[in-house]
Design a binder for this molecule. Structure first.
Ligand SMILES: [Zn+2]
Ligand SMILES: [Zn+2]
Length: 393
């Protein structure tokens, strides 16, 4: 087996310069034109076959090993966020108001490095690697659109792999869950409709502000009273808007928020109680509610055997590492879950923070930045895992 850690470390300059270039030129979801162009350019330098324009700006490359075998898909996301960068880094965003604040610049650079390393070892591979560079991970369904575009077929994918640089933890930490990893997410919009009127004559109105306030409180009872204590769910009302001035009871109040769950039965129960609570409380207050519910992504659930393999490889590559299989689960969501819903595989976290260097702001923060020494570590773990999965037995 090749020493991918040594190889990835010798490619550090390559990986870092790609990452810094992507970082300086961030692009929002479905607008990753420059990024996809550089990906295509690097893939052609490697002599890999690839297709562009999948789900808009997605790119897919194929690496055929010397012998036949399974097909492994490995994915990176390419999109940035609508955030004004405040890192002050030399490679800071040159596109004001757009920022790589989640680490997807790193993911794209890591995947190109993995492709470069595996291409150099293609004679040792039995099977095919499909490299998926996806647009629009941040809440816009890029992965789902690439699945609709046929990414899992021709050739049919047997296993999917993905990773996220994780700034909640330092370099040297890995989070590899044997099952649920990230929550499934729904977005909701509620409109509470009442009867407006004079603020001094509330008895002539049906106040949607009061109804909305009761709905917010009552929704807290779902997690407290309808979800088993050892299971998890989140119901968060995150925006509430209603009214224009101090002496007018408005006719309507709008609220938005999110629901997070792991198990399908918990999701069903929470959604049912959510609808009953919103409608029931609104009616009790003489108002009427309408609900608009959208599924953002299913839960990200790993295939236990694949997770175990990656944990074993991580232990071998990084004997001093902290490898977490339980305390790495988050209520955040990831659209990699759409791939895991169809094909077994694993999505894992690679610790990337370094508080001593001041590189520990959280994901989506205007000062977000990670320690780039995490890049070769992530690339080595991914390349070694793929090689294990494609070694002829
Ligand atoms: Zn993000
Ligand atoms: Zn992300």
């Amino acid at each position: 087996m090749a020493d991918f850690l040594a190889e990835a470390q010798s490619l550090f300059e390559y990986t870092r310069s790609l990452r810094r270039d992507f970082h300086a030129h961030p692009e929002l979801g479905f607008h990753e034109v420059r990024t996809a162009g550089i990906v295509a350019q690097e893939l052609s330098k490697l002599g890999l076959e690839f297709n562009t324009g999948i789900a808009g700006t997605g790119v897919v490359a194929l690496l055929e090993g010397a012998k036949p075998g399974p097909v492994i898909l490995v994915r990176a996301d390419m999109d940035a966020l609508p955030i004004l960068e405040e890192t002050g880094a030399a490679y800071a965003s040159q596109n004001p108001g757009v920022m790589h604040a989640c680490g997807h610049d790193g993911h794209t650079a890591i995947l190109l490095t993995v492709a470069k390393m595996l291409q150099a070892h293609r004679d040792e591979l039995a099977g095919t690697v499909k490299f998926m560079f996806q647009p629009a991970e941040e809440g816009m369904g890029g992965a789902e659109k690439m699945i609709e575009g046929g990414i899992l077929e021709n050739p049919k994918v047997d296993r999917v792999l993905g990773l996220h640089l994780w700034n909640e933890q330092p370099v040297g930490w890995f989070g590899i869950s044997n099952g649920p990893m990230m929550a499934g997410a729904e977005i909701f919009k509620i409109k509470v409709q009442g009867k407006g009127g004079h603020g001094a004559a509330p008895h002539q109105s049906n106040d949607p502000v009061l109804a909305a306030a009761h709905i917010v409180s009552a929704l807290q009872g779902i997690v407290a009273r309808n979800v088993a204590p050892l299971q998890t769910a989140v119901v968060s009302v995150c925006t509430i808007h209603g009214g224009e001035t101090f002496n007018v009871i408005p006719t309507a109040v709008d609220m938005t928020g999110t629901i997070r769950t792991f198990e399908p039965e918990v999701r069903t129960r929470v959604l049912q109680r959510f609808e009953e609570t919103v409608h029931g409380v609104a009616e009790a207050m003489g108002c009427r509610a309408t609900i608009d519910l959208d599924r953002l992504s299913p839960a990200t659930v790993n295939h236990p055997e694949t997770a175990l393999l990656i944990q074993t490889i991580a232990h071998q590559l990084f004997p001093d590492a902290a490898i977490e299989s339980a305390n790495c689960i988050t209520m955040g969501s990831e659209d990699f879950s759409f791939l895991l819903e169809k094909v077994p595989g694993c999505f894992f976290f690679v610790g990337s923070a370094n508080p001593e260097k001041g590189l520990d702001a959280g994901h989506h923060h205007p000062k977000f930045d990670f320690d780039e020494v995490a890049l070769p570590r992530a690339a080595a773990l991914m390349a070694t895992t793929i090689t294990y999965l494609l070694s002829s037995k």
